[in-house]
Design a binder for this molecule. Structure first.
Ligand code: ADQ
Length: 483
């Protein structure tokens, strides 16, 4: 059970809730443990909005069993929520990652429906809501994140009608035809409708949500809003696109450091200074289109359209969700394919596909981005895809080229990328060849436009815009504004 510090009755003006806390427990060689900040733009963005406000972040610590006591980390109060080993299986690996994740990503793999998983999802969402209700100051702002916590908004509203509740969807919101498969489609929509404002990566996601409310709950809707309740309890729930971004300044600064620049050269050297270095960086997830990418590269090598020797494809695949069967199968399949390609095209002392099932620090990632001639971001479906934004931001030299799937949120902003439908292998191959062979001038122009877009819309702007939209008074449903 979570407990505040003994004697503490402090309540917070800004309450952030996400499945995970922004820290991981790490063990030192002497066996002692400490908390380490997890990398990533969300943490940075939240840090900057929480600084100067009285904020708390509620989330799971990543370990089974009792929750650690609340603690402070770089000026943010962190409040752990407990999950039992069985809840991790049912709520997190099960309902979140094996029911919702496939449904919300176009059912690339089949979704599994289990009533015991749903029961755990409800229970954990309720637990989060209780902690939120307990820690929120009167009239506080509550910002709930992502698909693991879709029921929490309504639970919080029941407990604390005085607070303002926002929810942000990091992943796609599916078309109603797919969403409708969920046996629990109505309670999920009702859970979300507990919020005042719902933020999505793309307008299409917000539209899908509003349409689902009309079709499955029979609620009156207009573009970007749903009316809930009747009479005195009538209120509007607003939905809009607020595309997430990255911490541009810190990544660009890092990419300019001599150490990172030198490391980028060293990476190319160690790969034998290839003519063309292709790069993929993803969580090892079936949504990311890694198989399609490998197939395109393999065929291009076989057809001699990619030089060999002369081409190296580095695929970094961060270990992910290894206890979910679909992820285990994907890993096996990718490793087999990489082995086959190298078996056919590598020579002694060099590989064509360098596959790394590992995580790297920020500096190493920046160096990889700087080293790559062409970045392959080819998801079959992706809410945003931050790797695309990181790549263009790291290209402080305006070099490189981005191949980007039209099924990412990022494509809606990075319109001068080399766009691709990754299902169309021939089309994908042509786009990869174009990205390699276009003139330097054309590639620089494309890159500069993308860099500007991301620089003008960084993660702080994203967080600021979300909080502004959340704070806005929607007024009564007839459209008149109370101010
Ligand atoms: P993810 O599916 O995890 O996020 P993405 O947006 O690409 O996908 O973010 C991945 C992050 O992990 C990037 O910051 C990347 O640098 C980092 N990363 C990947 N591989 C790494 C490695 N080997 N070592 C170190 N770091 C690595 C979900 C949604 C996305 C949405 C984000 C944010 O699925 O669509 O963009 O949330 O909302």
């Amino acid at each position: 059970q979570t407990a505040d510090r003994p004697g503490s009755t402090h309540r917070f003006d800004l309450v952030v809730a996400a499945n995970r806390l922004p820290v991981d427990r790490v063990e030192a060689p002497d066996g002692s443990t400490s908390w380490q900040r997890s990398p990533g733009g969300l943490v940075t963005a939240m840090e900057s909005v929480m600084q100067g406000r009285d904020g708390v972040w509620i989330g799971w610590s990543g370990e089974a069993g009792d929750a650690p006591e609340p603690f402070d980390d770089s000026g943010i109060r962190l409040h752990p929520v407990a999950l039992s080993a069985q809840e991790i299986q049912h709520y997190y690996e099960g309902f979140s990652n094996d029911t919702l994740w496939p449904i919300y990503h176009d059912v690339i793999v089949p979704a599994h429906f289990h009533r015991t998983w749903w029961a755990a999802y409800e229970r954990v969402n309720r637990r989060f809501a209780e902690v939120i209700a307990e820690l929120a100051a009167p009239g506080a702002t509550v910002w709930i994140h992502d698909y693991q916590l879709q029921l929490a908004p309504a639970y919080v509203r029941d407990l604390r009608p005085d607070v303002r509740i926002g929810w942000f969807d990091h992943i796609p919101f599916p078309p109603v035809e797919l969403f409708a498969q969920l046996p629990w489609r109505r309670p999920i929509l009702q859970g979300l409708l507990g919020a005042d404002f719902l933020g999505f990566q793309r307008k299409a996601d917000a539209d899908n949500f509003v349409r689902a409310c009309r079709r499955l709950l029979d609620l009156p809707t207009r573009s970007g809003q749903v009316t809930v309740g009747i009479g005195d309890s009538e209120r509007l729930v607003r939905a809009a696109a607020v595309p997430i971004s990255i911490d541009v300044a810190s990544l660009a600064d890092l990419a300019r450091t001599p150490a990172v620049q030198a490391r980028a050269r060293e990476i190319r050297d160690s790969l034998g200074n290839p003519e063309t270095l292709l790069l993929g960086v993803d969580r090892l997830d079936y949504t990311k289109g890694i198989r399609h990418r490998l197939k395109a590269v393999e065929e291009l090598l076989r057809e001699g359209r990619l030089a060999n020797p002369g081409t190296v494809f580095v695929q970094v695949a961060t270990p992910s969700r290894g206890r979910v069967e679909a992820y285990r199968q994907l890993r096996t399949e990718i490793e087999r394919t990489v082995g086959r390609i190298n078996g056919e095209f590598a020579s002694i002392g060099s590989v064509v596909v360098q596959y790394l099932h590992q995580s790297y620090g920020r500096a190493e990632m920046a160096a990889l981005y700087l080293a790559a001639d062409v970045m392959l971001v080819t998801p079959l479906r992706d809410g945003m895809n931050l790797v695309a934004k990181e790549y263009v931001t790291a290209r402080v030299d305006d070099g490189g080229a981005l191949v980007l799937s039209e099924f990412t949120g990022a494509w809606h902003e990075l319109r001068t990328a080399y766009v691709t439908n990754p299902h169309d292998i021939d089309g994908l191959k042509d786009v990869i060849v174009a990205a390699i062979s276009d003139s330097r001038q054309v590639r620089r122009r494309r890159m500069r436009a993308m860099r500007k877009r991301v620089a003008d819309h960084d993660v702080n702007a994203w967080a600021g815009r979300f909080l502004d939209l959340l704070a806005r008074d929607s007024g009564p449903a007839d459209g008149s504004r109370s101010g």
